[in-house]
Design a protein around this ligand. Structure first.
Ligand SMILES: NC(=O)c1ccc[n+]([C@@H]2O[C@H](COP(=O)([O-])OP(=O)(O)OC[C@H]3O[C@@H](n4cnc5c(N)ncnc54)[C@H](OP(=O)(O)O)[C@@H]3O)[C@@H](O)[C@H]2O)c1
Length: 247
């Protein structure tokens, strides 16, 4: 199967790097500086979109939403088109992408390391094949389009919120006299350990397991509950969701 990538920016390239070992790829970008990058990555580069469309079975669309109208004059000749354009629903995609079977995805940046999470909604009869191709880049969640904004909050913005927690842990370590690098390493390793533990225990079980009577953990948990920290965190995700809905 030959896959075309239209738009070889941050995300188009991340998808190419994740898929190039398993599939034949050809990219096109209107910024010709991207040609050298694609060729260095071992990805073919088409001289035009028309040339690319002629060669491929499936297209990954990774241009910015505002560039979508530039595709309206093309005929996609019943190809499978996978769009990752943030906030652009299938009905709007169909207005600009003529004669194609549309799949909409919302990936996060961790696709760079094949650890992404991705929302997936498809109207393509080849959706199972498309889903298995995308699974090379991480976990794929088949969701109704109405849940894409919730996914954008948890999976898309979530990494930045978790990174803020890591930053707070590092700064706390520094405050308590630890070196900034050691502090960072301890924060990351702790989170890695927590991810493993949460595969075996629920959140509540884990909290109870590390809370000894009159100990340090329960002191901190008391502060979390008293300060409304969980409510603030929930509000953060809900605000990102509402912003995504209103874009
Ligand atoms: N970055 C993320 O974490 C993320 C996450 C989820 C979804 N997305 C979505 O992914 C898409 C790509 O984002 P990005 O950050 O990779 O953007 P980007 O780095 O700006 O890449 C887009 C590339 O597409 C090119 N382009 C624009 N119109 C084109 C056309 N008609 N034909 C061929 N190439 C064209 C652009 O060229 P010029 O620069 O010359 O315009 C640019 O090189 C966006 O729709 C975004 O909503 C991004």
């Amino acid at each position: 199967m030959m896959i075309g990538i239209i738009g070889y920016g941050n995300m188009g390239r991340a998808f190419a790097l994740g898929l190039k070992d398993s599939y034949e790829l050809i990219a096109y970008d209107k910024d010709l500086l991207k040609k050298d990058i694609a060729l260095q990555d071992g990805v073919g580069f088409a001289s035009s979109i028309e040339f690319l469309l002629d060669k491929v079975d499936m297209v990954i669309l990774s241009i910015k939403p505002q560039d979508l109208p530039s595709l309206a004059s093309l005929n996609f000749s019943k190809k499978s088109v996978v769009s990752m354009l943030a906030g652009v629903g299938v009905s709007r995609l169909k207005e600009h992408i003529k004669d194609a079977y549309i799949t909409r995805i919302m990936p996060n940046l961790a696709v760079l390391f094949k650890k992404g999470v991705m929302a997936f909604y498809s109207e393509d009869k080849k959706k199972d094949t498309i889903k298995s191709i995308l699974e090379n880049l991480g976990k794929v969640y088949e969701l109704d389009e109405k849940y894409f904004d919730a996914f954008t909050s948890l999976g898309g913005s979530g990494p930045a919120f978790i990174a803020s927690i890591v930053e707070a842990m590092r700064l706390s370590g520094i405050y308590m006299g630890l070196n900034k690098d050691i502090s960072y390493d301890i924060a990351l390793s702790t989170i890695e350990g927590v991810l493993e533990l949460l595969k075996h225990y629920t959140e509540e079980e884990l909290i109870l397991k590390v809370s000894s009577p009159a100990g340090t953990t329960v002191e901190g948990i008391y502060n979390i509950e008293k300060s409304g920290f969980k409510g603030i965190l929930m509000e953060t995700f809900i605000k990102a969701y509402q912003k995504s809905k209103n874009l």
